[in-house]
Design a protein around this ligand. Structure first.
Ligand SMILES: *[C@@H]1O[C@H](CO)[C@@H](O)[C@H](O)[C@H]1NC(C)=O
Length: 232
């Protein structure tokens, strides 16, 4: 039995290792028709996440300490494509505990962004800064930019440094943070897909341990039932 307890402990440990995670659960919006005009969504040159394509983005995020004007630090924007209407998705951002940071995740419908001055100006600023810094994919192509009906969302990410150091340099220029941004579709809208194997494993373990405890119980009873030879 102790072996099983040990295994359960290992699984629990494996799940809790990603301690620094911020997540957001949302539903796929209804598809909208995006006209093939320029400038269009592709011209924003945002990194794109998609459940069928790239669903994990390993990147470095610049951060800054919160100010009165920007209480949530810096903003970055991403496009989430290829969603299914009504399906549940989980979006996670994971980062190392050695780089204390605060993150805020928000998803917005396209129309909401284009109708909200604050959002559209933030998106435009980010897109321009990205293109100036040459951060966009050099192998970027305009392929696939045809008139399509798509279920799309914008991801707005805020990142603020969250530490104190007596080192002036660090306080003025907090180092960029390595993050993984992960898009995880739910299975049957109840369980994130990435947890599927763990769930199956735990289920097998539970059933297995139930049978094993039965076997051990029978075995122990059989030992008790066996008359011991007298030694006197
Ligand atoms: C402050 O931090 C920077 C960047 O990590 C480092 O290069 C520098 O040596 C540090 N200064 C002091 C006084 O520790």
């Amino acid at each position: 039995m102790s072996l099983i307890l040990y295994l359960v402990f290992l699984v629990a440990l494996a799940i809790t290792v990603n301690a620094n995670t911020e997540k957001l659960i949302f539903l796929g919006p209804s598809a909208i028709t995006i006209p093939n005009v320029h400038p269009g969504l592709d011209d924003l040159r945002l990194d794109t996440l998609s459940p069928t394509g790239q669903h994990t983005l390993e990147t470095q995020l610049t951060v800054k300490f919160p100010t009165e004007a920007e209480p949530r630090g810096l903003q970055s924007w991403y496009l989430i494509e290829g969603l299914q209407e009504g399906r549940r998705y989980e979006l996670r951002i994971c980062w190392a505990a050695t780089q204390p940071t605060k993150f805020w995740l928000d998803v917005h419908q396209i129309t909401e962004v284009f109708e909200t001055p604050l959002l559209i100006s933030s998106l435009a600023t980010y897109s321009e800064r990205r293109q100036e810094l040459g951060l966009e994919d050099p192998e970027y192509t305009k392929a696939g930019s045809s008139t399509l009906s798509k279920s799309v969302l914008f991801l707005q990410l805020h990142s603020a440094a969250d530490f104190f150091s007596s080192n002036r340099t660090l306080m003025e220029f907090p180092p960029a943070v390595d993050v993984d941004i992960i898009l995880d579709p739910y299975l049957f809208n109840i369980l994130p897909r990435s947890l599927g194997p763990t769930a199956i494993y735990i289920a097998i373990l539970a059933v297995g341990s139930w049978f094993l405890s039965g076997v051990i119980h029978t075995w122990l009873s059989s030992i008790e039932a066996t008359p011991k030879p007298h030694t006197d």
